[in-house]
Design a protein around this ligand. Structure first.
Ligand code: CP
Ligand code: NVA
Length: 299
């Protein structure tokens, strides 16, 4: 049966954990200059209906490093943009390539794509979730602080796709999650409700950060919400990750952000640009974690 990676819940806890271990191994191998062509001659198709820096470059570099190739497909230049059905595109592409990564708006699009694809489909971000980012975040936590099981994480800001993936990660990696979001910006109950044994909404960001091991945030207006920017800035005032908020967390707490970041909005420059900030490791780990994922799905 073809496996897909549309959300973190598509993999078991054991699979996710061994994937993180493999990602770390691949990272060490690359640092030692080792060549690993485990995906020699394999091809990944990448459909981007939204902008991307990290996701595109990490998948493309990762496929090349593993001896394969990746192909960037924009809706502007393919028939998808002219209305060819997703179902037809999935059937055609999966006869030519070994895996397909999609970044799009509606989560249903990746579900439909996977239904009609005979090769693995990877979700490179939808309005609902961003599972690839969580692989990198979990790898980063493991590398800096060890196992995240039993730890407490504070999510500060919008109950968005990244927040949803943190909720799924809390289930799979067994940590507690406090979500500090203003009313009206709560995570989707369909994602939160099955996770209430580990996740709770705490409106006050300072209270949410108390004693936690990891503080995470993301932009206030995600891709596709640009016209809500002003309204969101007002709603999220008081939800910035500041040095004062970080001081409430455990003294060894890490700060993460999937990037791109808006300094002075969701995070203060002093926090993200601190000398020991792990956000750059977090971004780098997109490469290693996705290489491990590609090996898992495409081999
Ligand atoms: N974090 C992340 O997915 O970045 P890009 O939008 O640049 O891919
Ligand atoms: N929540 C953000 C994440 C970007 C990587 C967005 O969807 O735009």
């Amino acid at each position: 049966m073809t496996r897909h990676f549309l959300t973190l819940l598509d993999l078991t806890s054991d699979e996710l954990r061994s994937l993180i271990r493999r990602a770390h191994e691949l990272k060490r191998g690359r640092q030692r200059g080792e060549i690993n062509e485990s995906l020699r001659h394999k091809v990944l198709g990448m459909i981007f209906e939204k902008s991307s820096t990290r996701t595109r470059v990490s998948f493309e570099a990762g496929m090349t490093q593993l001896g394969g190739a990746a192909m960037f497909l924009s809706p502007n230049d393919t028939q998808l943009g002219r209305g060819e059905p997703v179902e037809d595109t999935a059937r055609v592409l999966s006869r030519m390539v070994d895996g397909i990564m999609i970044r799009t708006f509606a989560h249903e699009t990746v579900e439909t794509f996977a239904e009609y694809s005979t090769v693995p489909v990877i979700n490179g971000l939808t309005d609902l979730v961003h599972p690839c980012q969580l692989l990198a975040d979990m790898q980063t936590y493991f590398e800096h602080r060890g196992d995240i099981q039993g730890r407490t994480v504070a999510w500060i800001g919008d109950g968005n796709n990244m927040c949803h993936s943190y909720i799924n990660a809390a289930r799979r990696f067994d940590f507690r999650l406090r979500i500090a979001c203003p009313e009206g910006y709560d995570p989707d109950p369909a994602i939160l409700d099955p996770a209430t044994d580990r996740c709770e909404i705490v409106r006050d960001p300072m209270a949410a950060a108390e004693g936690v091991d990891l503080v995470v945030t993301d932009v206030w207006a995600s891709m596709g919400q640009e016209e809500e920017q002003k309204q969101r800035e007002a709603a999220f005032a008081g939800y910035q990750v500041t040095p004062e908020l970080m001081a409430r967390a455990d003294e060894k707490a890490l700060f993460m952000h999937c990037l791109p970041a808006h300094r002075g909005e969701e995070v203060a420059a002093e926090v993200i640009d601190a000398p020991d900030s792990v956000v750059w490791d977090e971004a780098e780990n997109r490469l290693h974690a996705q290489k491990a994922l590609l090996e898992f799905l495409l081999r």
